[in-house]
Design a protein around this ligand. Sequence first.
Ligand code: AHM
Ligand code: MG
Length: 315
Amino acid sequence: MNDVAVSLSQHLRAVAAPTGDLAIVLGQLAVAGKLVARELAHAALGGRLGTTGGINVQGEVVKKLDLWANDVMVQALEASHLVCGMVSEEMDEPLHLPDRCAQAKYVVCFDPVDGSSNLDVNGVVGTIFSIRPKQGRGADHLKIVPTTPFTSRFDGVDAFTLEPTIGEFIRSHEKIQIPSRGHIYSVNEARAPVWQPGILRFVDYLRAPDRATGRPYTARYVGSMVADLHRTLLEGGIFLYPAEAGEDAKSSGKLRLQYEAAPMAFLVEQAGGKASTGSERILDIHPTSPHQRVPVVIGSRDDVVRAEEFVAGRH
Ligand code: AHM
Ligand code: MG
């Protein structure tokens, strides 16, 4: 039986920074998460699925729930009075709240609904966020640094699952440790013709039978990184969204550094895994623009190391 007695709010009181400010921001994010979960549960019956007809700064179709969830996140974070900058997949420009700067400590980057191509089929989606210390003054802090300053203050990954009948996130997993090697790979193989040769050879290697090294791996791909990495955190294996050949926007992959790749890299590293672009640690990258994309190779340590070896041409 799970440890039913530990709620997220109790956990935050016990472990968050002595001032409690971080706990307040996380508490507001939990409120936004509950509101989004409630909306998702009822959106189909209420006719609130489908697209807005608009295209976001990434050139992607915007769903009604993307925008609704973005507004919920912005309002919840504004209400904390501790956040003066936000970067969102659904906002072309970073949102700066100058009147909050004196008091605020944090900038939050988020993807309100990751995996939104799954929305209309009731698939798994999720909200991804990273909380960064405010840097500099005024709008300067929107030149955000990676999450590294936070890493030393955390100690592993606990998971909290929303119990909807009582409206509480309850601890469901404690100190998650990713197996050092898995047996699942997760990648959109329809994109294989535009992968670089190292990634192509690596995925071919995973598919090749070899009893001694536990191959072939098996394939699982939801098309929602939150779902694919949830499985990877618990069962191990490797998730990839590699760079693609050509001049189009995917020459650095698809996933955005600040609100998709870096937060997931942080979780995976905290659980003992590894997060790379194929040649560089994701959390070592200094962002140069709000919606910067990076290739992602993430999961069990040994699997990611092996992928890097293929990318480097050693196999
Ligand atoms: P989104 O934030 O617009 O939903 O895009 C990100 C998602 C990831 O969750 C997922 O891994 C990837 O895009 C799937 O892309 P593709 O359909 O190209 O495989
Ligand atoms: Mg996303």
